[in-house]
Design a binder for this molecule. Structure first.
Ligand code: UDP
Length: 248
């Protein structure tokens, strides 16, 4: 890559870190409640090292993060640390699972409508059943697994239902790219890419024990449980940390 292009990308990565939500989770969740009440459109992007590394090459991801209705939250301890290195500190991490859980609570409280897109059929259907029991006031408009042939067609159909909340659980960057391609079809509501959250929320997979979460070692738990994640971890987190430290 020629030098000026590389510099431009590195500046972008820092710019995204600077744009991350800085205040507490509690305050952010109050803002989500207000957005839902306002009828405006918001796209939440949970930003982790993988997001930032991919944003250097993935134009649609970049455009989604640049869009006016995007709200970027720090998802992961590496991003929280990096925010300090670039002198734009964020208070704490806000994960996809936490955002999803809070949205379910808010939707239940205010009778909002919801659509679930992503994960395996047995995962998303058991999550849908759980929601019907545990969050009875949510208007569940429907759900679709993330392995259907034409996800674009699916998004198009979902946009016509005008959900207050759309959770997209396809993993990064697939979920962000899909959201980017269809964001203009939505006029209101919160859309968020939540990665593997349906697996955890449905009870199919366990989130890390509280002690791992408290010590900011959730990433380690995920690698122990799924060693195949190690390569992905190296390519995103480790390279990211070296990169930001070198450039700071
Ligand atoms: N997934 C999907 N369709 C695909 C590929 C993945 O619905 O074509 C789902 C997968 O079943 C899982 C989620 O996307 O529920 C990705 O989970 P992962 O833990 O890899 O995401 P992370 O939270 O690490 O971004």
């Amino acid at each position: 890559m020629i030098n000026h292009e590389r510099d431009k990308n590195e500046v972008n990565m820092k710019e995204y870190i600077k744009k991350l939500y800085k205040d507490s989770k509690e305050t952010y969740f109050k803002e989500m409640d207000l957005w839902l009440g306002s009828g405006n459109k918001k796209i939440i992007v949970t930003v982790n090292p993988e997001t930032l590394m991919l944003s250097e090459k993935n134009n649609n991801l970049k455009k989604l993060m640049d869009s006016k209705c995007a709200s970027l939250v720090p998802d992961g301890i590496a991003v929280v640390k990096a925010s300090k290195w670039v002198k734009s500190p964020v208070l704490e991490r806000i994960t996809g699972i936490e955002v999803s859980e809070e949205l379910l609570m808010l939707a239940n409280k205010n009778k909002h409508s919801l659509y679930l897109l992503g994960a395996k059929e047995e995962v998303v259907s058991s999550l849908a059943n759980k929601i019907k029991v545990e969050y009875p006031s949510i208007k569940l408009l429907g759900y679709t697994n993330g392995y259907v042939k034409d996800l674009d067609k699916e998004m198009n159909k979902i946009s016509k239902l005008k959900p207050d909340i759309l959770l997209v659980a396809l993993g990064i960057p697939m979920q962000e790219e899909l959201i980017y391609r269809h964001m203009n079809e939505f006029n209101k509501g919160i859309i968020v890419g939540v990665g593997g959250s349906f697996d955890v929320l449905s009870g199919t997979k366990k989130r890390a024990p509280k002690i791992f979460i408290k010590l900011n070692l959730e990433w380690l738990y995920r690698i122990i449980k799924e060693p195949s994640r190690l390569k992905r971890f190296w390519n995103s987190n480790v390279k990211f940390i070296f990169k930001v430290r070198k450039e700071k």
